[in-house]
Design a protein around this ligand. Structure first.
Ligand code: XBP
Ligand code: MG
Length: 251
């Protein structure tokens, strides 16, 4: 890729393992505040992750596991929206109280890209405030400014696996898909990025290990570090033991 211009990152599961000990916990705290006896275990949460977006996930949970549930106030859609707004508050507080570290190699890769003058972007289904909270607590207080654009949450009508959020980022920045690479951790994310015509690198995690990653340029256990080698599940990484910009350029 001699014309490489920008790297576009998913957030949850890619930059940091935020789902099990971050989002899931915040959902449960919001349920408890609302007096609901719902509690999402790590296993159940793995199943619920099939549906991207927190509001959509709660709605899916109600439809599937609590079909007789009646909203105590207003219609279900607005009840879910209120519940979800409180979940976001819990998530932000959680990240303030205990930092969720970035995954191996993430900071190294971002710094290398900046040094080489590559542009950075975010394409995620999560709420914008969650992205700010994670970047400021886990990367650096000024790190929002490292990214030219943060495409997040309800800014597009359809969340991943639809390709809307990647298309939004490309359109806003006037970037061509062949000038960019996407970084994802899940099958839904991959579908979204491939749908926008982007070469995609996958770093999988415990929740996404069994997803279908057909079409990914690389499938890796993580980006790895010089002293913490990655495992390459798919894609020709040559002699590399950690992910770095030359591997992208070789694509
Ligand atoms: C992952 C998600 C998100 C979070 C919750 O997003 O599906 O919905 O679990 O976020 P991605 P909200 O991998 O695209 O970063 O509750 O703020 O919707
Ligand atoms: Mg993800």
């Amino acid at each position: 890729m001699s014309n490489l211009r920008a790297l576009i990152f998913d957030v949850d599961g890619t930059l940091a393992d935020t789902e099990r000990d971050g989002h899931r916990v915040a959902f449960n705290q919001a349920f408890a505040d609302a007096g609901l006896a719902w509690n999402w275990s790590p296993d159940l949460y793995g199943k619920l992750l099939e549906v991207t977006g927190g509001k959509e996930r709660i709605q899916h949970y109600v439809n599937t596991y609590e079909p007789t549930f009646k909203s105590p106030a207003g219609d279900l859609k607005s009840f879910v929206a209120t519940l979800h707004a409180n979940k976001t508050e819990h998530y932000k507080k959680l990240l303030k109280d205990a930092v969720i570290p970035l995954r191996p190699g993430v900071k190294r890769l971002l710094l290398a890209a900046r040094e080489q003058g590559l542009r950075l972007a975010i394409a995620t289904t999560t709420t914008p405030a969650n992205v700010t909270a994670l970047l400021e607590s886990s990367l650096s207080p000024d790190s929002l400014s490292w990214f030219d654009i943060i495409g997040a949450g309800d800014i597009v009508p359809k969340k991943k696996p639809a390709s809307d959020i990647y298309q939004y980022v490309l359109e806003q920045m006037d970037w061509k898909p062949e000038e960019c690479v996407a970084f994802e951790d899940s099958g839904q994310g991959l579908k979204s990025s491939l749908g926008a015509g982007l070469k995609t690198v996958i770093t999988l995690n415990d929740y996404t290990r069994s997803h279908d990653f057909t079409g990914a340029a690389f499938v890796l256990s993580s980006f790895g570090e010089p002293d913490q080698p990655f495992e390459a599940i798919a894609g020709d990484v040559g002699n590399a033991t950690y992910f770095d910009l030359p591997l992208i350029q070789a694509l």
